[in-house]
Design a protein around this ligand. Structure first.
Ligand code: FO1
Length: 329
């Protein structure tokens, strides 16, 4: 059987769980596959002098067997001694819970970055331990950080995305969300090639604004997706007008997009060929996009595998390999 090259753009929990289902489905089919994951890095933040990359780590831990399953982020069997000690010294922020095991990852990453290694090589080194079974590449080696403009009792100001998301639970409306640094960022080595050479390109059910949106904001990536010869299939992160998890609705509102499976597909207009929606959204129609409906809640391993299978089947039905989008139109 020929090797299938699959490339996915991914954010945090939704992306990571989908990818785990994808790996399980490919293994069950006996399909030899090479999966490349282009990870969002705009959630990254420097805390206590350490560089934390939540989305890369969520993918790495989830696929490598180290994730805290119920939480969806951070390490299993975690303890918080270091954080408690930092709190005793009065160190801020106290709202971001970094565990002892997780701290080790950020220490290794920061040491390597300080020694001059680019984030892509650091990520490769971290993955050598976790063996996620995919090639995980950050969208860029250049720092990009989403900042959120809010206007509350303290006035109009921009705060880091993590403060808005984790401390404020997105309760204060975002006036705008800006991926600082994205305009000047270059795709990390291998990103554009992984898109151009893919047989299948997938958009998992990740946040369309602060995960997939920021990956696409890195110059060159959107163009690479829109011109790839591979079928591009996305999975809706919105079911029946609400996010599957997280607060994607607050992010969509910030950019003036309705929280619906159809509106997110429109956001990806010109990029996707196929779109999976939940049965609650059956009947969604998008010009030029093949829409299929099935249950999209990733409640466990088997249900997630079914979603991944549907994405692979839709991709296979969409376009014979090698026929570019341009030549189809
Ligand atoms: N999410 C939370 O809701 N609270 C936390 O304290 C928290 C800590 C944290 C530490 C490391 C890490 O990799 C992720 C962490 N997350 C936490 C999740 C994460 O910040 C967000 O869910 C994502 O950035 C959004 O995709």
């Amino acid at each position: 059987m020929t090797l299938v090259r699959i490339t996915a753009l991914a954010g945090g929990i939704g992306g990571a769980r989908f990818l785990r289902g994808l790996k399980a489905e490919l293994a069950a089919r006996g399909t030899p596959a090479e999966i490349t994951v282009i990870g969002n890095t705009a959630d990254d933040i420097t805390l206590f002098g350490l560089r934390v990359c939540p989305d890369l780590d969520t993918v790495m831990y989830t696929l490598g067997g180290g994730i805290h399953e119920e939480q969806g982020w951070g390490r299993a069997d975690e303890t918080f001694t270091v954080k408690d000690e930092l709190t005793a010294y009065g160190l801020e922020p106290q709202w971001f819970r970094l565990g002892d095991r997780d701290f080790a990852t950020h220490i290794v990453r920061t040491q390597m970055l300080d020694a001059g290694y680019p984030l892509s090589q650091v990520t490769e080194a971290l993955c050598a331990r976790w063996q996620p079974g995919v090639r995980l590449i950050p969208m860029s080696d250049d720092p990009v950080e989403s900042h959120v403009v809010i206007d509350d009792a303290q006035g109009r100001r921009a705060i880091h995305f993590q403060e808005w998301w984790v401390r404020m639970h997105a309760s204060t409306p975002a006036l705008s969300i800006v991926p600082i640094g994205a305009d000047d960022a270059k795709p990390a080595p291998g990103v554009l090639e992984a898109i151009a050479e893919a047989d299948v390109l997938l958009f998992p059910p990740s946040n369309p604004v602060v995960s997939i949106g920021t990956i696409l904001a890195v110059p060159g990536i959107r163009d690479a997706v829109s011109t790839t010869g591979a079928p591009v299939v996305g999975v809706s992160p919105i079911i029946g007008g609400a996010p599957v998890r997280g607060m994607a609705d607050a992010c969509l509102t910030a950019i003036g997009v309705e929280t619906s499976a159809g509106a997110v597909a429109q956001l990806y207009s010109g990029l996707i060929d196929g779109w999976l929606v939940d049965v609650a959204d059956a009947g969604t129609e998008i010009d030029g996009v093949e829409v299929r409906a099935l249950p999209l809640y990733m409640v466990d391993g088997p249900s997630t595998r079914v979603i991944a299978a549907a994405a692979l089947d839709l991709a296979a039905d969409l376009r014979p390999a090698g026929q570019s989008r341009a030549s189809r139109q």
